[in-house]
Design a protein around this ligand. Structure first.
Ligand SMILES: [Zn+2]
Length: 450
């Protein structure tokens, strides 16, 4: 079983999610107006090479040229199996030098018996050397009749302008999770793989827009599962993701500002081979699920009731910022540590712009609450206005300015909660908060009045 190969599309209409490309190519085949050079740009595993092969089949099919190659004649089957002499596939990642291109130039006019239209499919074309591009350009300047080059690339900006200007360009799109999920369920149905929808979605998310990767993952998962049905749990186990409920516990701890309860979760995940980025992905997904629930008007789980949409959106932003910086940092662990601190300290320490223009001051809003709304002032009339911060609907945080106030607020808390009917939390006093001090020092942040 090799699912990506078995389910590789053999017709334009089966290529998922690239209608704008396949329709234009089918029309070109119908009208006989085939360009000498095509540039297929797009992420990996979204059908670039497959589309090139179908184009080649359309040109060489015994019934062709046709937008609907039969898939059965000798030309079609040889092209599908990658052993046609008329269709030359090369991988510029390994064949990138001038000699490889010279060989093309020498043979470009030769059409093997039975061949109708020679097609060169150059994968990862941006990897060709400059000399190779120059040699290729000479061929492209006087394109021989009945020869077409398809340059497939994930990095079109690396293709020289001179080559790009001679090519007809198509942009292949990454596939949505939804589209991949549906296709996985379809394939699983045909293969009698008992695949749960939620598990399919998890695999699709992991494939990041590529159908080929998604199908490989499905295959791995089926082998891994053995006799078990393919559930979310099995998929998470395969991907080395901790089960979803552990992320809820992490979020609960973060909401309580208890960073120390988060660390064991993280450590056990890292021990069992989950990468840092995978773990954050899981956490991001858990936050996203909660946001979705709120948007759909569903209640949050009991232990996460205190979270508001504003709080969750702020967390989501911090996690997305982690994702951006993660790819560039040499200190991934430190980055994660700070991200978790920011999450645990929200909203006491409001997020600052993680990436800010050079020289711009980093600031944190004051720990003191703002004047607040009239309603807040009315509810907490006996407290100074600037120690109360409204966290969201019916949820307030008291920010003591010193230890004395901290103890006073602790005593007041229950009474205030029952009087106002709201959730009241009390932040630690500044001097008891070494983590806050450390965070401010390390990140070079200043506390300022808002
Ligand atoms: Zn055919």
């Amino acid at each position: 079983m090799n699912l990506p190969v078995k389910y590789r599309p053999k017709k334009f209409e089966d290529v998922t999610g690239q209608r704008h490309v396949t329709r234009t190519l089918a029309n070109a085949l119908r009208s006989g107006r085939i360009a000498p050079v095509y540039l297929f740009a797009g992420p990996r595993g979204v059908g670039k090479t497959t589309t090139a092969r179908i184009l080649a089949m359309g040109l060489n099919c015994a019934e062709g040229p046709t937008p609907e190659p039969c898939g059965k004649c000798r030309a079609c089957t040889e092209i599908m199996q990658g052993r046609s002499l008329t269709v030359v596939e090369m991988d510029a990642a390994s064949q990138r030098g001038i000699d490889d291109i010279r060989e093309i130039r020498e043979k470009v006019h030769l059409l093997p018996p039975g061949g109708k239209h020679k097609v060169y499919i150059i994968d990862e074309a941006h990897m060709l050397t400059r000399e190779a591009f120059n040699a290729l350009l000479k061929t492209l300047e006087e394109p021989p009749e009945r020869v077409t080059f398809v340059l497939a690339t994930t990095e079109p900006h690396k293709i020289p302008e001179t080559v790009q200007s001679r090519a007809q360009r198509f942009s292949f799109q990454p596939l949505s999770t939804e589209v991949i999920t549906r296709r996985l369920l379809e394939v699983a149905g045909q293969e009698n793989i008992p695949l749960e929808e939620e598990a399919a979605r998890r695999l699709a998310e992991q494939a990041e827009g590529g159908m080929r990767d998604a199908l490989s993952l499905l295959e791995q998962a089926a082998v891994f599962a053995g006799d078990r049905p393919l559930t979310v749990d099995v998929v998470e186990e395969l991907l080395g993701l901790p089960p979803a409920h552990t992320f809820e516990e992490v979020l609960e701890a973060l909401a309580q500002g208890s960073l120390e309860k988060v660390i064991p979760h993280l450590e056990s995940a890292l021990h069992s081979g989950t990468g840092l980025d995978r773990w954050v992905q899981g956490l991001t997904r858990a936050v996203n699920h909660l946001i979705q629930r709120i948007m759909q008007g569903e209640p949050l789980p009991e232990n996460l009731k205190m979270l508001t949409d504003a709080h969750l959106l702020a967390w989501a932003r911090m996690l997305l910022e982690f994702d951006v910086v993660y790819r560039h940092t040499r200190f991934p662990e430190l980055l994660l540590e700070y991200t978790l601190m920011r999450m645990a300290y929200y909203p006491r320490l409001l997020p600052t712009d993680w990436i800010r223009p050079e020289g711009a001051p980093a600031t944190v809003p004051s720990r003191r609450g703002s004047e607040g709304t009239a309603r807040t002032r009315e509810l907490f009339a006996d407290l100074p206005a600037d120690v109360v911060r409204e966290q969201g609907e019916g949820s307030y945080l008291l920010l003591p300015r010193n230890r004395e106030e901290y103890e006073q607020f602790q005593q007041l808390r229950e009474e205030l909660a029952s009087r106002t009917g709201h959730t009241i939390q009390v932040a630690k006093p500044p001097e008891d908060d070494p983590l806050l001090q450390q965070l401010k020092e390390t990140l070079d942040l200043e506390e300022v009045d808002t």
